[in-house]
Design a protein around this ligand. Structure first.
Ligand SMILES: O=C(O)c1cc(C(=O)O)c2c(n1)C(=O)C(=O)c1cc(C(=O)O)[nH]c1-2
Ligand SMILES: [Ca+2]
Length: 558
């Protein structure tokens, strides 16, 4: 039992104290930036481990799975006035003393024993008042008492036997707990659902695919809308002024676009949803008739800049999995295109319409039925799910990317069966010749000019969400050598690093207790970071062993 727990309010989520990290990307705008300044580029070399805490037991990869992968620890350490919350891919929630690592309580969500996750991951908790919320691999939302870990309510969003599951951290706005469902590879019909935080009562449910008669339904032929995918598996961002939650929608199903001709709204789009009603107020589709499994699920980072004449520029900036950066305007509650350009080599589009941002496709790189084609980047995109951070003082985005990998697909008709993979194609990934130089990288982009400031390359792929701090630092793991590092935000130079007990794909966070700044990160290598590495090893005849880990680490200055 936690004696002294600070209730989380709308005010605290909107304007969090500098020393707390109350949501996955810290603030509703998704900037993942810490205003703390104790750890700086001048002293970061002295950073040392304060405590570590293993999260085990692990749920091992089952022997029989269609797409085997180890579970990955992908949750941000959420910290509320000295209490840390962590989740694991097997749907445990652990509350710890953020200063010592001492465990307050641990909850294990009972998963059906025969559930075999395709993406064994969980991206963390959401907080509201004295409650903690998690979305689970059997597509439930569960509320716990933050003080005791006692279960308060649970609700089932959809039937896991039909291929629905959840991996994201929920998003809470004004007492409504929102979560979405994965299953884009199973032909689900994706949605976001909201529940009353107090009672668990369902409040609204908004499908990412319209039914016949609704706007956008004309973009789906016949019955294809019923199994069209459009999963939501990354936490949305929220703009309190517009009262819109921005959710990213994933791939269309089956993978091959020729099996469902049309734009297929709102797959591979950002939708702006009113959290009170669930109404979709605006949308922007990055690419129509997705045929590359390029889920566009990470929501745009919400950025306010001062324009040339001093007027406010309200932006939504996105690095799409399709390999392009999009600068969108969100000033009137509508997402509209300003400009876009590739940030990695991309040969699937010939370009974007300068007015609308709609891409034109290169027919030679367009997967179709009975036709094997290659395209770059591969299905894992220029970036996958690991999120970027944004430093408002320098208007710079720091993002982990992967380049020098291409994919191929050959489409064939596929019959829908509930709970069975619904792809219509195999999937290949091949590193290019340039991959011998590097695959992973961190890029820093100036959002005013849309110019790249620097890029740091890694021989390894990079699956590390970034944390930037007002101390002028960028923290990330993400590489297959289990290193966790701090870079100089101005130059990208590495200033500090340490090898941990496993690969890092979780977002680092920063917090303060009793006047001391800490950095937290959790090891836990698996899911698509592992699969991606597997394709590279297969192409090169190598074998890269990355320890799975599964430990929460906390660092500070001595
Ligand atoms: O279509 C979907 O529903 C869905 C869900 C998930 C997920 O929930 O993690 C991933 C993907 N797709 C996906 O395409 C993908 O590349 C991916 C990588 C990972 C991961 O945890 O490393 N999850 C997912
Ligand atoms: Ca997908």
């Amino acid at each position: 039992e936690i004696a002294d727990y600070s209730d989380v309010t709308a005010e605290r989520l909107t304007n969090p104290e500098d020393g707390n990290w109350l949501q996955t990307r810290r603030t509703y705008d998704g900037q993942a930036h810490s205003p703390l300044t104790q750890i700086t580029r001048d002293n970061v070399a002295q950073l040392t481990e304060v405590w570590s805490h293993p999260t085990g037991p692990y749920r091992p990869a089952p022997e029989f799975t269609a797409l085997p992968a180890s579970g990955a620890h992908q949750a941000a350490a959420i910290v509320n006035d000295g209490v840390m919350f962590m989740t694991t891919h097997d749907n445990q929630v652990i509350a710890m003393d953020a200063k010592t690592g001492e465990e307050h309580w641990r909850y294990q969500h009972p998963l059906p024993p025969d559930l075999v996750p395709v993406h064994p991951a969980n991206r963390g908790v959401a907080l509201w008042e004295d409650k903690v919320f998690i979305a689970t691999q059997d597509a439930m939302v569960v509320a716990l008492n933050a003080r005791t870990g006692e279960k308060l309510w649970s609700q089932t969003m959809a039937d896991w036997l039909e291929g629905y599951y959840s991996t994201l951290a929920p998003l809470v706005v004004n007492g409504k707990v929102m979560a979405g469902v994965s299953g884009g590879e199973f032909g689900i019909r994706g949605f976001v659902q909201a529940f009353d935080a107090e009672t668990g009562d369902p409040v609204w449910k908004t499908y990412t695919i319209p039914e016949p008669g609704q706007p956008g339904s004309e973009s789906w032929p016949g019955d294809t809308w019923q199994t069209g995918g459009g999963p939501i598996w990354i936490t949305g961002n929220y703009d309190p002024e517009a009262n819109l939650a921005y959710w990213g929608v994933g791939n269309a199903a089956p993978w091959v676009g020729a099996l469902r001709p049309g734009d297929n709204l709102y797959t591979t789009s950002t939708i702006g949803v009113n959290p009170d009603t669930g109404a979709i107020a605006t949308h922007f589709q990055y690419h129509w008739n997705d045929t590359w499994d390029w889920d566009e699920v990470v929501p745009p980072t919400l950025i306010d800049l001062e324009g040339e004449n001093g007027e406010a520029q309200k932006l939504a900036v996105r690095f799409a999995r399709n390999g392009y950066i999009y600068k969108l305007d969100r000033s009137d509650g509508k997402l509209s295109f300003i400009e876009g350009k590739p940030y990695v080599y991309q040969n699937a589009f010939t370009g974007l319409d300068p007015e609308t941002g709609r891409p034109e496709y290169n027919q030679e790189n367009l997967p179709g039925l009975g036709k094997r084609v290659e395209f770059c980047p591969s299905a894992w995109g220029g970036r996958d799910w690991p999120a970027e951070s944004y430093d408002p003082a320098t208007a710079t985005v720091f993002i982990s990317v992967n380049e020098n990998h291409c994919g191929s697909m050959e489409g064939s008709p596929v019959e829908y069966e509930p709970g069975v993979l619904f792809l219509g194609s195999g999937l290949e990934m091949t590193p290019t010749d340039a991959a011998k130089d590097h695959i992973g990288a961190v890029q820093a982009w100036d959002i005013r000019t849309m110019e790249k400031k620097w890029q740091v390359n890694f021989k390894s792929p990079n699956w590390g969400p970034t944390l930037s701090t007002a101390g002028g630092l960028v923290f990330l793991g993400g590489t297959n050598d289990a290193m966790f590092r701090a870079l100089d935000a101005e130059t990208g130079d590495e200033l500090w690093s340490t090898r941990l007990d496993g690969g890092v794909v979780s977002p680092p966070t920063s917090f303060e207790v009793d006047g001391k700044q800490y950095i937290a990160v959790t090891t836990g290598w698996g899911v698509d970071a592992e699969r991606f590495q597997g394709y590279i090893d297969a192409a090169w005849g190598t074998k890269t062993e990355v320890p799975q880990g599964g430990t929460v680490y906390v660092f500070a200055l001595p």
